[in-house]
Design a protein. Structure first.
Length: 154
């Protein structure tokens, strides 16, 4: 019997942090034509603070990948808070991963794998993997990773 995403999340022993409040004039999530769009999320920790750092400077690849995984947990929390049960999600469609890094850092896709591997663990190796971009840029609040995503609903 296939497990639901919420059952997989519980089975993995993962804890969702609090959903962050919007940091500007936008909707955290938007449902349109059977798709769930999630605004850019940062790596919120369970105590309500963000992980901070610059990849290639104060943070290494492994730490950045863990921060990207934490962004995934933050995103699931935002979905549950502003939309509802994650079991209503059929599949991940698209991911845009942004990495706050030094100009010479060029392993952005490996950082965003932290998010992508979490989604595959929760939604499955097919439905949890979608199309993806990973780029480097300066991010607000000195967070190391910000990710936005689009999901298809059942």
């Amino acid at each position: 019997m296939n497990k639901t995403p919420s059952q997989r999340l519980q089975e993995l022993g993962l804890v969702l942090p609090p959903a962050p409040p919007p940091a500007g004039l936008y909707k955290p999530v938007l449902v349109l034509d059977g798709f769930l769009y999630v605004s850019g999320q940062g790596p919120m920790q369970n105590d309500g603070t963000y992980i901070v750092g610059k990849v290639g400077d104060t943070m290494n690849l492994g730490e950045a990948k863990l921060a990207a995984e934490q962004v995934g947990l933050t995103m699931l929390s935002t979905i549950q808070t502003h939309f509802g049960n994650i079991d209503q999600i059929k599949r991940l469609v698209k991911t845009l991963g942004m990495v706050n890094s030094t100009p010479d850092f060029d392993q952005h896709p490996l950082v965003i794998n932290g998010f992508s591997e979490l989604m595959a663990d929760i939604f499955g190796n097919d439905l949890g993997v979608g199309v993806r971009s990973a780029v480097g840029m300066t991010l607000p609040g000195k967070i190391p990773v910000e990710i936005e995503a689009m999901f298809q609903l059942h």
